[in-house]
Every structure is written in C-alpha cells, then in structure tokens.
Design a protein. Structure first.
Lengths: 105, 220
C-alpha cells in the first residue's frame, strides 16, 4: 500500500492515460479551442513522464530540464495557435477545424 | 496509507478528471477549467516527485498564462467559441466509433502492460538539491545553454508572430460578378450594344450631321 505514488510506473500510467485522453480529444472534437487544449494535455502528460523518470534516475537533472523546454515551447505554441484561431474566426466566423478548407481548391 | 499516498491519489484523480472534463465539456470555458484542474494536479505530482522548480513554473506558465490566454480568447469569441458542431449523423457516428476504438486500444495496451510481472522498484532516497532551482538552473545554464538561448529567440518570435497574425485585417476582396457575360469574358465592352447601353437612334444622328459627312450605308 505504501508503494502508491512512490514507483515510477504509477506516474507513467497516469501520464499515458492523460496523453491518450488528449489525443482522443484532438481527434474527436472539432472545436479548434478544445483541440488546442487537448494538445496542452498531451504536452503536460509528457512532462509528467519526464519528471517521473528523472525522479528514478537522480544522477542529473536532464528530465526536468527537458520538461522546462517543453513548457517554453508549449507556451509559444499556445500563443501562436490562439492567434491563428482569432485570425481564422475573423475570416470565417466559425471555430470548427473542418471549416478551414480555403486551400482545398 | 501515508499523507504522501493520499496526496498522490488526490492529485492524480484531479488531473484525470480534469482531462476528461476538458475533452468532454460542451462549453469551451468549461474545457478551460478542466485544463486548469489537470495542470494543478500535475503541478502537485511534480511536488511529489521532488521537482519544486518545475511545479512553480507549471503553475506560473500554464495556470497563469496559457489558461488565461485560452479564457481570453473564449471571451473574445463569445458564444461562438462554445458551439458544438452538428454535422451529418454519419460523421458523428464515425467519430464516436473511432473514439471508442481508440479508447479500447489504449485500455488494452494499459491492461497488457499492467499485467506484466514486474516488481516495481520504489524510488530511492533523494537529496534536498534534487529539483531545486539551483540544480535545474545549473543544468540549464551549462549543458543546455544553447537550447536555452534558442528558446528565448523562439519566445520572442512567437510573441511577434502572434501579434502579427492576430492583428492582420483580412479584407476578403471578392470581385463583383459582372452580370454581362461578354464583359465577364473579355474584361470590357467590345461594342456599346454589349455593354448594355442602347444604341443611339439612327435617324437622330443622320439629321444632326451634314449630308456629306455621313458614311455610306452598310459601313456601320
């Protein structure tokens, strides 16, 4: 009982579940905002796995360092993604990703 | 069961429920709140994993900046942001089936891995410097100095790009469709008659002009 939260497997299971939920949301939902949030979910899940593995291998801080960079990239991605959502909304007055077919023909 | 176990369970359940809420909520603002719960739960798990610096960064950057940005955009778009697409029934059914298949696949993989006979190794002891600002900062500023500088460039480029994209005034220049087929084809009138103007009355012209200036009949 005392192992709960003290082995790396629990964190990796949790991380995999959250990642799968994020992938599911990205594929199933068509609201661009919710799709962007699903991407954030996936990035967070990856961060959790990185930090958990770093807790198991305590020699250096590589895992946490990677998580730091992932957070930086995720912040940039969210800013640019939301700007694109705004521009798209101004163009088509909708937030559905399947309406973005201007390049089709 | 110690306090650490309870903390892990609470944070893990919070993160999981937040993730489910994020992808299942109809309203975008509720999705943002679900994302906030997930982020808070994961920050708690970071604390449990002795990553204090990252827990703080997670709360500052994600909960403080990214989620607020999402909420801003949801507020800006108004009720359109929360609209749920009502496509054809076949498309919705296909998406539901695909979601169920993906979920079952993930669950199967999880059960397969969980059933493997491994003895989980408990985390070893760790010093207080693990995950501290000093340790992570030293790593970032020595081994990862070049990626760190590139990340600063990425952030400034992303900020400028976001401003440029969001401020662009898109005026869709749709050329007005000309009702006249000849002018549409040749980009202009080839004959006054084709431009939709009535022809001047012949007798009127002949009376106004002197006799000798008139061209011979049949020329026009």
């Amino acid at each position: 009982m005392n192992l709960i939260g003290n082995v790396v497997e629990h964190y990796v299971f949790l991380s995999a579940t959250i990642f799968a939920l994020g992938a599911l949301g990205f594929l199933v939902r068509r609201n661009v905002l919710v799709q962007l949030m699903s991407i954030e979910l996936m990035l967070n899940a990856v961060n959790l796995a990185l930090v958990a593995y770093n807790r198991q291998h305590t020699g250096d801080m590589n895992g946490q360092m990677f998580a730091f960079f992932v957070i930086a990239v995720a912040a940039a991605e969210a800013a640019v993604g939301l700007a694109i959502v705004l521009a798209f909304y101004r163009l088509r007055a909708t937030v559905f990703s399947d309406e973005a077919d201007q390049l089709r023909n | 069961m110690t306090a650490g176990n309870v903390f892990f369970l609470v944070c893990g359940v919070l993160a999981l429920l937040g993730a489910v809420w994020t992808i299942a909520a109809k309203s975008a603002i509720r999705s943002a709140v679900g994302l906030l719960f997930t982020i808070a739960g994961i920050a708690g798990l970071f604390l449990k994993l002795n990553a204090q610096f990252l827990a703080a960064i997670q709360l500052i950057v994600y909960a403080g900046a990214v989620v607020v940005l999402f909420v801003f955009v949801v507020m800006l778009l108004g009720s359109d942001a929360s609209s749920v697409s009502t496509g054809p029934v076949r498309a919705r059914a296909a998406r539901s089936v695909a979601a169920a298949a993906l979920g079952l696949l993930g669950l199967g993989a999880l059960v397969l891995v969980a059933g493997a006979d491994v003895t989980p190794a408990r985390f070893g002891p760790v010093g207080p410097e693990h995950g501290s600002v000093e340790a992570v900062g030293a790593q970032i500023f020595t081994r990862a100095l070049v990626p760190f500088e590139l990340a600063t460039a990425l952030l400034i480029v992303a900020a400028i790009g976001a401003i440029a994209v969001a401020r662009a005034r898109h005026t869709v220049k749709q050329p007005k469709r000309d009702p006249n087929p000849t002018r549409r084809l040749f980009h202009g009138p080839i004959h006054p008659r084709d431009a939709g103007r009535p022809l001047p009355k012949e007798p009127l012209v002949t009376e106004a002009l002197p006799k000798k200036a008139l061209p011979k009949e049949g020329v026009l």
